[in-house]
Design a protein around this ligand. Structure first.
Ligand SMILES: [Zn+2]
Length: 308
């Protein structure tokens, strides 16, 4: 899939904008698409010596087209229809909703930035005053518009039309895809009312599998569509630089212990079949401890727009 004309090099840190202090963080093959896709060479994962952000040295040149059309879902999920994606991602909404709290969303204007097929916003649509989605995919905007959500392609379009109208903003597993991550978060900040809340989640660069089985896991973890990689520190910095206050860091682990066994035994993602020896209590305790140690699969941050 690679040739020299379909990507652009990045020489500046997308967070602090420095270009003089970039170090190589990882230099090896990375994933070209979804599970089981071939690895590709020629990418470098860089780390900014000033702010510690980790990012890919190059991004797809046609990135806007990639997300507006069907290419992203075809290459990374192998399915683009909403029902298949609901089956795949419905369960991820449970922990998101419990962390925000239904009571915080009741009667409010909730906006989901980079919502994909809108699985979160659909799940909470009946508890809030109104729902807004920001999603470049034309297909998903058509689907979500028919379901009564106000739809925009990009945050600046929402801002132009509505101004700072949002009470609760969320963005899940989106910011790592956005080359100008700071500009993206700044536009979310601008769209919030004073005192509004923002919930941000993305993969954690300190994911324990990067330490447990780096040889196998790094080429899977780093992937061409994730152009930025955040730690608790750089994610908190991202929110502060965008103007947010009361930034609070939390961790979110999405996978059961069977996933670790699979990586250790087979060097691939999925669930190692353990039969029924682990119960819900074991799983909850395991996840709680992985999150406590900060080595979870994902970060989950909460922040506020200053009320003044
Ligand atoms: Zn930097």
């Amino acid at each position: 899939m690679e040739n020299t004309s379909n990507f652009e090099f990045r020489y500046n840190c997308p967070l602090c904008k420095e270009k003089s202090q970039l170090n190589i963080f990882y230099n090896g093959d990375i994933r070209s698409g979804g599970l089981g896709s071939p690895l590709v060479s020629g990418y470098k994962v860089l780390q900014c010596g000033k702010c510690d952000l980790v990012f890919l040295d190059k991004i797809p040149a046609n990135i806007q087209e990639f997300y507006e059309g069907d290419s992203y879902r075809e290459n990374f999920d192998y399915q683009i229809d909403v029902v298949s994606l609901q089956k795949k991602f419905d369960h991820e909404q449970n922990s998101r909703i419990s962390r925000i709290g239904v009571e915080r969303m009741r009667g409010k204007v909730v906006a989901d930035f980079g919502c994909g097929p809108g699985i979160f916003i659909d799940a909470i649509a009946r508890v809030d005053g109104s729902t807004i989605v920001v999603e470049p995919s034309i297909k998903y905007r058509e689907f979500l518009s028919a379901r009564g959500h106000r739809c925009f392609s990009y945050a600046h379009e929402l801002l132009q039309e509505l101004g700072p109208e949002v009470d609760i903003a969320v963005s899940f597993d989106a910011v790592e895809h956005v080359p100008d991550c700071l500009g993206f978060i700044e536009s979310i900040h601008a769209s919030l009312k004073p005192g509004g809340y923002f919930y941000l989640s993305m993969p954690n660069i300190e994911d324990m599998l990067r330490f447990i089985n780096p040889e196998k896991y790094n080429p899977f973890y780093f992937q061409v569509s994730h152009v930025n990689y955040f730690s608790a520190k750089t994610a908190a910095n991202l929110l502060s630089l965008a103007g947010f206050v009361e930034v609070s860091i939390d961790f979110l682990h999405k996978y059961k212990i069977e996933n670790v066994f699979r990586w250790l035994s087979q060097g691939s993602p999925g669930a190692f079949n353990c039969g029924e020896i682990f119960d819900r209590s074991f799983h909850d305790t395991y996840v709680a401890n992985i999150e406590r140690l900060g080595i979870s699969s994902h970060l989950f941050l909460t922040a506020k727009k200053s009320p003044l």
